[in-house]
Design a protein around this ligand. Structure first.
Ligand code: GAL
Length: 422
């Protein structure tokens, strides 16, 4: 009994960040991230405030640009210069890729993860993404799980046009044609490489199915990459392109979300950080907008936001890393942060009752997909592939989307680009 109380006390101290000493010794952290949209910034503020409340000194290092491509360039430059930030937003296999470069160990946050028993708080899939040194030590902390394959829609626009949320790609195409004829932009899109890739992976999952996605996009099977199913995926991409407006090239994702909010456009295909924008504008699902997964056979493309902690010199920075990691995995933090961010908690024990219907649906679907083989990593958001292969696919997808390249040619180029990148 006494032992148990001591453990609870220790747990409370750790989660409050107090175990790392007095406020003045709580550490400093320069945090590199790309969370600059309204919803993203509101979510990040929860972490900044928590850090400050626990005595930490936060130095903000934002690099604007959805999807983080620009942030990754800045990060690379900093590391090459031998000056990594204390913590950086980074995801998936890139975490292990940096570890291979020898700039992450000796993994200061692993002691925090062990003391707080992160292995028991996370699914093994999420936990493994956070580990270095042959998946044996924590070197990154997860804050959420985003789902990629979503339709977001303006409810008033759909209602006014007698439309329901589409449950097949054909239904979507038919609805979009009707909207276009009525003078409404069917699909709000920003044609930046990562946004084209975001739409592409939802289409690949839906048109090709779970096994196809796994084979082509995760296992990089050449026949799947260049074969007839991939041709069909590109056919649907071409159809979607016809539903975007002239202003689409280069548009930021949150500007596209704004077009759905104000009814200029009907739909957006985007991860659920889009919901963070609706939430930030005080709009409610089911009342002002709809969320529904894009059509697939119970597939679920996941994207776990996490922060990596590089090898650091200086006690204050190391303390800052430990405090940040502990706060990020805090139970209440994971609730509040994700209410703003649009995602769901990475921790398995956070109650979902305060979350909205989109988040509840996401959590239920995630469990179902995990059991039935449809839980798959997002390539567009860096969860599936290392950077070279991710870049190879993204380049072809965006080139196809922004030209009149045929589907056959795109599939052929896709296989070749991946092969050349290996
Ligand atoms: C994703 C990231 C999300 C969101 C989005 C747009 O890669 O995981 O948290 O911020 O980019 O910037």
């Amino acid at each position: 009994m006494l032992n148990r109380s001591l453990k609870i006390l220790a747990g409370t101290l750790v989660s409050a960040g107090l175990i790392y000493g007095t406020a003045s010794a709580a550490g400093e952290a320069e945090v590199l991230h790309w969370w600059t949209s309204g919803g993203e910034a509101a979510a990040l503020k929860v972490l900044k405030d928590d850090f400050a409340k626990n005595g930490g000194t936060w130095k903000d290092m934002p690099v604007a640009g959805g999807g983080g491509d620009a942030a990754m360039q800045t990060l690379k430059a900093r590391i090459v210069a031998g000056d990594p930030p204390t913590a950086a937003q980074i995801k998936g296999p890139s975490i292990q890729e940096w570890d291979d470069e020898g700039v992450v160990g000796p993994y200061a946050i692993d002691s925090v993860a062990k003391a707080e028993n992160w292995d028991a708080l996370l699914s093994s899939q999420v936990a493994n993404h956070m580990k270095c040194d042959g998946f044996s030590k924590y070197c990154a902390a997860p804050v959420n799980i985003h789902r990629i394959d979503w339709f977001w829609a303006n409810k008033k626009v759909l209602d006014a046009n007698g439309l329901k949320m589409p449950t097949s790609w054909d239904e979507f195409n038919a609805a979009a044609r009707k909207l276009k004829a009525a003078g409404i932009i069917p699909l709000a899109h920003g044609s930046q490489p990562w946004q084209d890739a975001t739409v592409f992976e939802a289409v690949a999952l839906g048109i090709g199915g779970n096994d196809f996605y796994q084979k082509a996009i995760v296992d990089l099977d050449m026949d799947a990459l260049g074969g007839p199913t991939m041709v069909k995926v590109f056919d649907q991409m071409r159809i979607l392109q016809g539903f975007t407006d002239e202003g689409s090239p280069g548009r930021d994702w949150n500007v596209a979300t704004g077009m759905v909010m104000n009814g200029k456009a009907a739909f957006q295909i985007m991860g659920d950080w889009a919901k963070g924008e609706f939430t930030n504008a005080k709009m409610k699902p089911g009342i002002d907008y709809y969320c529904l997964p894009t059509p697939s056979d119970h597939g679920y493309l996941y994207n776990v936001d996490s922060f990596i902690f590089y090898s650091m010199k200086g006690e204050s920075k190391i303390e800052g890393q430990k405090l940040l990691a502990s706060l990020m995995m805090g139970k209440n933090f994971q609730k509040v942060f994700n209410l703003y961010k649009g995602s769901i908690p990475a921790r398995l024990d956070v109650p979902m009752d305060e979350f909205d219907m989109c988040a509840k649906g996401s959590a239920a679907d995630l469990n179902y997909s995990a059991m039935t083989g449809g839980l798959l990593p997002s390539f567009a958001h860096g969860m599936a592939l290392r950077l070279a292969q991710k870049g190879a696919i993204q380049d072809v997808v965006t080139e196809h989307f922004n030209s009149d390249m045929s589907s056959q040619e795109a599939a052929k180029r896709l296989a070749k680009a991946v092969k050349d990148s290996m």
